[in-house]
Every structure is written in structure tokens, then in C-alpha cells.
Design a protein around this ligand. Structure first.
Ligand code: NAG
Ligand code: NAG
Ligand code: NAG
Ligand code: NAG
Length: 427
């Protein structure tokens, strides 16, 4: 369970990328990169002093809560939502990949974020960053973007400092000031030349994670859009389990090497939240029973932002109240007389051994059913004495989070506007 203790990362001082064992990167090949859990032995962000299991669960819940408030900001009644939303990102950077930026290349670890577009890079000279990982003065292909640049116009809340495009980003309790810049970004073998990103110059507060953020959203400034000619706006990942000390997750870019036998469901587009990957969750099965969920709890509504998204940065799945209550009640019913306790935001925990009576759980989409292995919806304490249903309720948006996606290949096929999911063990 040590793998759960990643959340101390915000307190950790940063270790340089170079100090990581080269073995940690040895298996990246072609257009396939290794994906690490942030607490992996290969991650410099792993906590030095492990948290207790309860502490780590509560910390992850707290991070999720902040992220959820960002994800649901549209639903909260705002009529205007920024396009290319690089400015209000909240994320718990659970999974990371290695990127190279600039010429000559500088290594940087970046958190995968499917609900953000623009990349965030802590730049040398940054005031308040816990580290400065990218030194733009040492890259001959770096340039800052001018106020008149198209990319600058695509981002809200930009301004000019001299002729340079600047923007302010809210990130948890941090306010970040960055300039828009471009440089070559290399994830696998090929470079995306002139890739635009936010080069962080100043930050306050404590929310900024030490690593950069790689936006894999579907908006115009995301990696997926910017690398379209190289990778045809197609990528997939397999996220390794929280618990495993073997981390063989991958991020695979482009159409090559993607699974052939995989079931798909359509991706839905919300013109008001262009970054987000909406899907049509039509039902949830607990055991053999399709639970009775009010249709409004699952309905996709571009105006309110309601519906279901798939997200790499939230840890535990969130379901809108009516849906969550129905799933939880059916789950509890199946568990029989076992006494239910709570742990922070989890309201369905058991302190007695459970096993045989645990029901199966299936998320149903048009075209595919995602049957969750128990490890994807139950979280067990290190001693094994506590087990919780690892989901909770949400005010407005259903979020299929990364714990529920672990050990699956999740394929984002934008040209065909569809999402593929198949079981794959990558822990
Ligand atoms: C970066 O882009 C420039 C063109 O702007 C190119 O000349 C250079 O070779 C690229 N560097 C890498 C490492 O791909
Ligand atoms: C960003 O915030 C700083 C400090 O509050 C302010 O001076 C600046 O005008 C802001 N810039 C933009 C583009 O909003
Ligand atoms: C990790 O991988 C090694 C070799 O691939 C294997 O022998 C070992 O059993 C694995 N450990 C776990 C905990 O899965
Ligand atoms: C998903 O499960 C439901 C209920 O068991 C079934 O009716 C449906 O055909 C399944 N869909 C697919 C694509 O397998």
C-alpha cells in the first residue's frame, strides 16, 4: 500500500530528473512511453516519509474535491467558460511521463491531465516554484509568444508585458503567472516543433505540483491537437495499479500499435467545455442488477455541463447524488448485515473481512460495458482491516476517475470521436 502514499509530494523537495535511475526509462519505445504512478520507485516525487493509509486516503479525497470544483465550474452556474482552459486547472498529478523540451533536449516529468489543454512548465527563474526544471535560455529553439500570436488570443485572461503574452492561472490555492512560449516538445521519438505552453514565472501558495502538466484535453492548445499531424489525435494509456510496485503503464501515441479488438463508445462534444472527454454513461450494474438511477443524473447536457467525463487526474469516481445513492444502496444491500462505517468522504466502509458477497460492478455505455475488477472499486487498508467502496457523490458531474480505469487500455480516438476500453494488466 506504499504506493498510496504519493500525496506527500506537495511537501517534498524536488529531486532532479537526472538523479533517477536510467532503468526507469529504458522501456520507452517508438511512440510508446512509460507511465509512472507518482509514488513509483521511478518517481522523484514519491514521499520520503509514508503517510498512514487513512491519511493518504483523506489527502487524495481532499485533492479530488478541489479538482471536482474545477471540473464542475460550468455547472455551478457560470455562463462563460474559457476556451483553451489553461488557466484554472486543478489536478492531483497521479500519473507522470517523461518529456523532453528544447534544443538540446531538457528532461522534465509531466503529469498526464486529460481535462486540461495547455501544458504547464516550471521555468528557470520562477519565483515561488519548488524547482526550476526548464531553462529557456539554454534552448536555441525556444521563443516567447507575442501578444498578437494566435495562441495568445485563444487563451482567456492574457495580457501583455512589453510585447510578450502573459497569463494568470488559478491552480488550487496558487496563483500562477506565466508567459506563453513555444519550443519543441518530444514525448516519444518525434518532436512537436513549436509546441505552445505556459512557462511559469511566478507562483504563490502551495498547490503547484513540482512537475509540469501535460494537457491531453481535446481543445486547440492541447498536445493532442498540437501533435495532430504526427499522431492523428489518437492516444491510449494503461494506468498501473496503485498497489503494485511494478509500474509498466504506458502512454501510446498515434494509431500504430493500438489494440484492434477493443470496444468503443462515442465521445460527446460539449462546445462550452472543449477540453473535456464526455461519454454517455447510460447505466450501472451492481451484481446482475441494473440499478435504478434517475435519468437526469446521467444525462448529457451541454448547457449545464452535466453528464459524465472520463478523467485521468481525479482519483476516485464521483457520481451525481441520485446515481451514487442508488449504486451505494444496492452495494450495501448485497453486503448484507455487515456494519457500515465512514472514512472521510467514503460512506460505505467495512471493518470486517468481506469477500464472497462483494458484488460485481459494471459501467454501461452504448457499445461497451466496463466491468470493474474489485481492485478498481474497493480500497483496502494496508492491514486489510478496512475496506471502502472507493466512490462518492458529486454535486453535478459524473467523473470516471483513474482508480476505476487502472489496468485497462483506454483509447482516445478523436478522428472517429470514440473512446475504446479494454482490460489490460499493466501493473
Ligand atoms: C526544434 O525545432 C527547430 C525548428 O524550430 C529545428 O531546427 C530543431 O532541429 C528542432 N530540434 C529538435 C530536437 O527536434
Ligand atoms: C496577473 O496578476 C498580476 C498580479 O495580480 C497583475 O498585475 C496582472 O495584470 C495580471 N495579468 C493578467 C494578464 O491578468
Ligand atoms: C514484478 O515484476 C517481476 C518481474 O516482472 C515479478 O517477478 C514480480 O512478481 C512482480 N511483482 C509484483 C508485486 O507484481
Ligand atoms: C451490456 O450489458 C447489458 C446488460 O447486461 C446488455 O444488455 C448489453 O447488451 C451489453 N452491451 C454490450 C455492448 O455488451
Amino acid at each position: 500500500m506504499e504506493a498510496l502514499h504519493f500525496t506527500l509530494l506537495l511537501l517534498c523537495s524536488l529531486t532532479l530528473v537526472h538523479s533517477i535511475s536510467p532503468n526507469c526509462y529504458s522501456t520507452s519505445q517508438g511512440s510508446t512511453l512509460r507511465v509512472y504512478h507518482v509514488s513509483s520507485p521511478c518517481s522523484p516525487f514519491r514521499p520520503k516519509t509514508p503517510l498512514s493509509w487513512e491519511e493518504s486516503v483523506l489527502q487524495m479525497q481532499a485533492d479530488d474535491k478541489t479538482r471536482l470544483s474545477f471540473l464542475t465550474s460550468l455547472v455551478a452556474g457560470r455562463s462563460f467558460v474559457p476556451v483553451g482552459s489553461g488557466r484554472q486547472i486543478i489536478q492531483s498529478p497521479t500519473y507522470i511521463v517523461k518529456a523532453n523540451i528544447g534544443t538540446p533536449a531538457q528532461s522534465l516529468l509531466m503529469a498526464l491531465d486529460t481535462s486540461t489543454d495547455m501544458a504547464l512548465v516550471p521555468c528557470a527563474g520562477c519565483v515561488g516554484c519548488s524547482s526550476a526544471t526548464f531553462d529557456s535560455t539554454k534552448s536555441i529553439s525556444y521563443s516567447s509568444l507575442a501578444c498578437g500570436a494566435d495562441q495568445c488570443k485563444q487563451v482567456q485572461s492574457t495580457g501583455c508585458l512589453g510585447t510578450t503574452c502573459f497569463l494568470n492561472i488559478t491552480y488550487g490555492n496558487s496563483i500562477i503567472q506565466a508567459n506563453l512560449a513555444q519550443d519543441n516538445l518530444t514525448l516519444a521519438t518525434d518532436s512537436v516543433v513549436g509546441y505552445p505552453f505556459s512557462c511559469i514565472q511566478k507562483t504563490t501558495g502551495s498547490s503547484l505540483p513540482p512537475q509540469g502538466v501535460l494537457g491531453l484535453g481535446r481543445g486547440p492548445l492541447s498536445f493532442v491537437s498540437q501533435s495532430k499531424t504526427l499522431y492523428q489525435s489518437t492516444f491510449s494509456y494503461c494506468l498501473p495499479s496503485f498497489k503494485s510496485s511494478n509500474f509498466s503503464g504506458t502512454l501510446r501515441l498515434g494509431k500504430n500499435g493500438q489494440p484492434i479488438n477493443i470496444k468503443y463508445t462515442p465521445l460527446l462534444v460539449n462546445p462550452r467545455r472543449t477540453s473535456l472527454y464526455y461519454v454517455n454513461l447510460v447505466g450501472i450494474k451492481v451484481g446482475s442488477k441494473v440499478v435504478n438511477i434517475p435519468p437526469s443524473a446521467l444525462a448529457f447536457n451541454p448547457n449545464t455541463g452535466g453528464g459524465t467525463i472520463i478523467d485521468s487526474g481525479t482519483v476516485f469516481t464521483r457520481l451525481v447524488d441520485g446515481a451514487y445513492t442508488a449504486v451505494r444502496d444496492e452495494f450495501r444491500r448485497r453486503m448484507g448485515k455487515a456494519v457500515v462505517s465512514t472514512l472521510g468522504g467514503f460512506d460505505t466502509c467495512y471493518t470486517v473481512p468481506i469477500g464472497k458477497q462483494v458484488p460485481t460492478m459494471t459501467f454501461m455505455f452504448p457499445g461497451l460495458n466496463m466491468s470493474l475488477p474489485q481492485d478498481n472499486f474497493l480500497i483496502h487498508s494496508s492491514s486489510g482491516s478496512t475496506t471502502c467502496l472507493a466512490m462518492s457523490s458529486s454535486p453535478a458531474l459524473n467523473v470516471i476517475a483513474n482508480m476505476q480505469q487502472q489496468n485497462h487500455r483506454v483509447l482516445f480516438d478523436l478522428p472517429n470521436s470514440r473512446l475504446g476500453i479494454s482490460r489490460e494488466i499493466c501493473s
